[in-house]
Design a protein around this ligand. Sequence first.
Ligand SMILES: [Ca+2]
Length: 187
Amino acid sequence: MALVHATVKFLLFIWAPMVFHGRLVASDAVNGTCDPGWLQFRDKCISFSSKMNYENALKYCQNIKSSLMEIDSVEKESFVASSVPDSSNVYWLGLIDLVGNDSINDHVWVQSNRSVIATGYQNWGLSNPGKASQRCVVLRNSPPYQWYDRSCDDTYYAICEKNSVKDIVASSTVGYPMSSTAGRNFV
Ligand SMILES: [Ca+2]
């Protein structure tokens, strides 16, 4: 019995770090990683700017290899809402009214060129979008956080996002050594 116990203990000692390591690698392969200073939500990296008008917000995000935020799920919106530097501030989203008539159909996400209908998620504030002259859209904690149309000349904070970096080497090692013969031979 003592020998069995010792063997089990030895195997646990050897395998535990491998299992842990395996999960870490698998998680990174799915969601990737973000540069320092960027927040991570699933496979997206998120950053906030200083105050600027809409045109400059678009340029600001482009200059740091990103795009103005697209919100296509309540989970993503909840993450952003809980991550903003100041909940009393107002934040530009990457959503614009292409036509300028307040029709929901004409609101398009600049990052993906998808209409707000196509993404299947909307969270407009009461009576919004409500002014044809206001063709840009913000996320504002009214509360709760909802979407409001605003003049593109106004100055608010941009939310930029970009895809995470996925490590090709890490991806290729998923499953090792848990399912590999080499791993068993090693033990
Ligand atoms: Ca409008």
